[in-house]
Write a protein that binds this ligand. Structure first.
Ligand SMILES: Cc1ncc(COP(=O)(O)O)c(C=O)c1O
Length: 438
């Protein structure tokens, strides 16, 4: 292992990491297969978070590796500006077929952050193309996470992510988040709280619908610690958007590709948004790729000008990269052949029971779940927010379990190939760790 060979950790500035702390006692992953990682000390860890909610089909999938290798040899790169290659069309067709309704048009990018910024630009350009260019305002939500690019950060509702950068894109208003104290320990979707969607109506009343381009929400707020929407909440957002010509954008970077036991949260909740943003599971996390799906009416609105005119002044050097497309196609094949979305659905109740078995465990103050995603919220240590959860992360790591923490919340989202025995191990290890924490 190169660290043993004297390789310096100095030069790589790690993202969302306490660099000095980490470099003093690094955690390096050197191998991954199935639901397991192996670290540089030889320890094996169950992946309780599918990497970062990415690796739905588990790690080390040979089918994806082979497809990527073949693509590298055949066509390593081609631009997508006035040029293309066949695989991006094939991927677009296949992935659009998974989408509900007429979300049939796909714009490729390279990450979740790019997909959100792309969606923002499509929303603005769509309204402009219809003579409603004054619709420039976006409605987001407290505790939202929409990646780290400037558009997404402006939508962000997490203070540490936005306080330094947050005011860059003007005209963003935030609805209240959907966590309510009376909904603690709810199994699945809370019964109460749908009225929080009325915040959107209040912004319509305050700013005028004609100034609002879109309402952007994660169907389940993931990175802030898994906030499951109350029953009726998303439905109400859809109604208000419909009434006022506001686009509804679902950020499905986490909930996409089977996480809830359905293709997308839009399927799970039975609500058709106008735009869906995705990334992560699109390629099983193997090659960076994002994709924005828009309804037919949106795509068509761009297609009215002269045939030779560029319709959208937006795109990335690596949009629709052939190697990423190969990884995407191979991932979709695995999802389909192994029925992984149904598999997640079949495990959801077992998962829920596992989560809620922690109810009276020391330090736990709330539990939330839906599909194969869950949050265990811990009482913060007095005056030391985040410390208790991070300590839990370190102890789980030492005991062979990789979890993700955000604030004082443990967020879990295993690969969809997880077995019941792994689920038992995940919650057993967490219970043991929590009982031993200050
Ligand atoms: C809902 C949501 N949107 C956007 C992003 C950003 O994705 P990326 O890190 O690929 O830019 C994330 C990442 O976790 C996310 O959870």
């Amino acid at each position: 292992m190169s660290i043993a060979a004297g390789n310096s950790l100095e030069h790589h500035w790690l993202p969302f990491t306490s660099n000095r702390d980490f470099k003093a006692d690094p955690r390096l992953m050197v191998k991954a297969e199935g639901v397991y990682y192996w670290n540089h000390k030889g320890g094996r860890l169950i992946d309780g978070s599918a990497g970062l909610f990415c690796s739905a089909a588990g790690h080390g999938r040979k089918e994806i590796a082979e497809a990527v290798y073949k693509s590298m040899l055949e066509l390593d790169y081609t631009p997508h500006f006035q040029l293309a290659h066949p695989a991006s069309f094939e991927l677009a067709r296949k992935v659009a077929a998974l989408m509900p309704g007429d979300l049939d048009y796909v714009f490729f990018c390279n990450s979740g952050s790019e997909s959100i910024d792309t969606a923002i630009k499509i929303a603005l350009a769509y309204h402009r193309s219809r003579g409603e260019g004054q619709r420039q305002r976006f409605i987001s939500r407290e505790r939202a996470y929409h990646g780290v690019n400037i558009g997404g950060v402006s939508l962000s509702g997490m203070v540490r992510n936005r306080e330094t950068f947050g005011a860059v894109m003007p005209g963003v208003a935030h609805m209240r988040h959907t966590w309510l104290p009376e909904n603690r320990y709810t199994m699945g979707q809370p019964e109460t709280g749908a009225e929080l969607a009325e915040d959107l109506q209040r912004f319509v009343d305050l700013y005028g619908a004609s100034t609002i381009a879109a309402c952007v929400v994660e169907p389940i707020a993931g990175s802030t610690g898994v906030l499951v929407p109350p029953k009726g909440y998303l439905e109400r957002l859809r109604q208000i958007c419909d009434k006022h010509g506001i686009l509804l954008i679902f950020d499905e970077v986490i909930t996409g590709f089977g996480r809830l036991g359905a293709g997308f949260a839009a399927d799970y909740f039975g609500i058709l948004p106008d735009i869906i943003t995705t990334a992560k599971g699109l390629t099983n996390g193997t090659i960076p790729m994002g994709a924005v799906f828009v309804r037919k009416g949106i795509y068509d609105a761009f297609m009215g000008g002269p045939d030779e005119a560029i319709e959208l002044f937006h795109g990335y050097t690596y949009s629709g990269h052939p190697v990423a497309c190969a990884a995407g196609l191979a991932s979709l094949d695995i999802y389909k052949e192994e029925g992984l979305f149904d598999r997640a659905k079949g495990l959801a109740d077992y998962w829920m029971d596992g989560v809620h078995s922690l109810k009276d465990t020391r330090n736990v103050i709330d539990l939330r779940n839906l599909g194969l995603i869950a949050a265990i919220e811990l009482e913060p240590l007095a005056g030391r927010p985040t410390k208790r959860a991070f300590e839990a992360f370190l102890r789980c790591y030492d005991k062979g379990l990789l979890i993700r923490t955000t604030g004082d919340i443990i967020a879990l989202s295993p690969p969809l190939i997880v077995e019941k025995s792994h689920i038992d191990q995940i919650f057993g290890t967490i219970a043991e760790v929590l009982r031993g924490l200050d």
